[in-house]
Each structure stands twice: as structure tokens, then as C-alpha cells.
Unconditional design. Structure first.
Length: 298
């Protein structure tokens, strides 16, 4: 008959029935026939193989059809400091941002949610990190790419975690990942190995006003990177300036003859002075030695 309209909801689908633009009910798989001479009935069909349900009436369904929503959907709601990690057939698939509501169809695809506390550090679960890294290595698009900050701290290095510009903690070597939704996350890498620093080259006056050119080599390492970066803005520059000042002071306290006779005393004096200042800052001064000491003649 001309006035009978037929709608088919297939086995892998679910339907939404509307009459005169108003929602009537959800439709299970079946063939539906309606007497509809004015074409006032419409059916919206959804493929369950695409489980995320996005609809203008989502909140309306949750409010007025709670039993149907409970039966048909996985419902995920997140708080201000929470992120919902959605697993599809056991694998990390997508996420629900903080203070959001989302529905996912039950049926063809098995979906489950893990609510993650994103307050504090907001470290990302290892399975999500592994999924993201696999996608990046395969050059595939990943829904987590913009939501997760990931960086590797190399062996013999220290990572310093900053959130919103605030230094939070030190990170051991390895891969680290943190949620960056709605906040700035950065990891600074510091080399924790012993490094050399050359100091000197300019003219320095001795106690008896002789002019010397002194070159000095130092070796150091960051023993406590977190302590260092919390107390010193630019530790290498600060170390260089302090060693240079210590060298100037030590030379100014000795005569030319005393310096030429015993350069090791100069090494010891500068080392002890600098070590005393930098040990409380988390910097281990390993060695300081004069490489060149020469009188400047006019």
C-alpha cells in the first residue's frame, strides 16, 4: 500500500524512531512497517561496528531513558581530573576527556572503559603508551597523539618533569608519558655523566701584581638533578662563573713565585672552595686541575 512505509534495521544496527521530529523509542533489529501517509515517521540507523554514539539528543536519552541507555550503551562520565580510556576488543582505542559524557553501543564490538586519575602527574597507563608508540612507529593516526606527551630519557641521563611550568619530579631512564589535555607538559633531559669544563684564559693578577694567564680544567656531574634545577637556573653557567671567581681569588692570595713553585696548592684551593658551594646544590665536583699557568710579559 502507498501509505505503508517500511524500515529495516539490520542485525548489526540499532535504530532511533522519530515521529513529527520527536523521539519515540529505540529499535532493535527487525523489519518495521508503519502507516504513514504524511511521511511523518523517520528512522535513524546506527552501525554497531562504529561503537561511539554521537547524537544531538545524547543528554536527553540519558536523562529520560535511563533503562534503555543502560541496556544499549556503555556509559562513560568523567570528572574534572579524570580521563576515560576506552578499550575496543581489549585494545586501547580512544579516550573521553575530563568533564565529558559519552555513550558507546554494546553489541558487535566489545567496549570497556577505564577511568584514570589525571590529577597530579597524570601518568598514562602502560598499555596506552604501547598502543601509541606502535601507531607512531607504523606511521598510523592515533587518537592519543594529541592527548599524550611522550618522551624517552636516555641511559645515563635524568629527566625533569614540568607541568604548567612547575618542576614536579625527576624521571629515571626509559619512556615516560603523561596526559597533556588542558595543561602544558614538558620533560627536560640532563646528562648525568661526568663532563669536562674548561675555565680561564683571561689575565689574572697575583698577590704581588704579576700578570698570569691561567687555564683550568674541571670535571663534574649532576648527582641530584632535581635539587640542582630547583635551586640554580643555569647550573653550567653558574659553575663556570664560580670556578672562575674561585680561581681569581686563589691566585690573588699568592705570589708569583709561590704559584710557580706549587701549582697543586692552587688546584686544591679552588677545588675545596667550589666543592663546598656546589655539593648542597646536587652537583658533584670530581676534579679541578691547572692545565696552564704562564706569566704575561709586556
Amino acid at each position: 500500500m502507498l501509505y505503508i512505509r517500511e524500515f529495516v534495521v539490520r542485525k548489526h544496527e540499532r535504530g532511533l524512531l522519530f515521529k513529527n521530529g520527536d523521539f519515540v523509542r529505540f529499535l532493535a533489529p527487525a523489519v518495521y512497517r508503519f502507516f504513514d501517509p504524511g511521511k511523518r515517521i523517520e528512522v535513524e540507523r546506527f552501525d554497531l561496528s562504529q561503537p561511539r554514539f554521537e547524537h544531538r539528543l545524547l543528554d536527553y536519552f540519558v536523562r529520560w531513558y535511563p533503562e534503555a541507555v543502560e541496556d544499549l550503551f556503555l556509559r562513560v562520565e568523567t570528572g574534572a581530573d579524570e580521563i576515560g580510556v576506552i578499550y575496543r576488543n581489549g585494545h586501547p582505542w580512544t579516550y573521553v576527556a575530563p568533564e565529558q559524557r559519552a555513550l558507546f553501543w554494546k553489541g558487535v564490538v566489545h567496549v570497556r572503559a577505564e577511568i584514570v586519575d589525571a590529577s597530579g602527574d597524570g601518568e598514562v597507563p602502560p598499555r596506552v603508551v604501547q598502543s601509541l608508540l606502535r601507531d607512531l612507529q607504523a606511521r598510523r593516526a592515533s587518537p592519543f597523539r594529541d592527548a599524550v606527551y611522550v618522551r624517552e630519557v636516555p641511559e645515563s641521563h635524568a629527566g625533569l618533569l614540568y607541568i604548567e611550568g612547575r618542576l614536579v619530579r625527576e624521571l629515571a631512564p626509559g619512556i615516560h608519558a603523561f596526559w597533556q589535555i588542558g595543561r602544558r607538559v614538558a620533560i627536560e633531559i640532563l646528562d648525568a655523566r661526568v663532563k669536562a669544563l674548561a675555565v680561564g684564559g683571561e689575565e689574572i693578577l697575583t698577590k704581588d701584581k704579576a700578570s698570569l694567564r691561567v687555564h683550568l680544567n674541571a670535571s663534574y656531574r649532576f648527582a641530584d638533578a632535581l635539587l640542582t634545577m630547583r635551586t640554580v637556573r643555569d647550573p653550567v653557567d653558574f659553575l663556570y662563573r664560580e670556578i672562575r671567581q674561585g680561581l681569581r681569588n686563589a691566585v690573588a692570595q699568592r705570589s708569583l713565585d709561590a704559584l710557580l713553585e706549587d701549582k697543586s696548592a692552587l688546584d686544591k684551593d679552588v677545588f675545596e672552595n667550589v666543592q663546598r658551594k656546589f655539593a648542597p646544590l646536587g652537583i658533584d665536583i670530581r676534579d679541578i686541575g691547572v692545565d696552564e699557568l704562564a706569566k704575561i710579559t709586556l
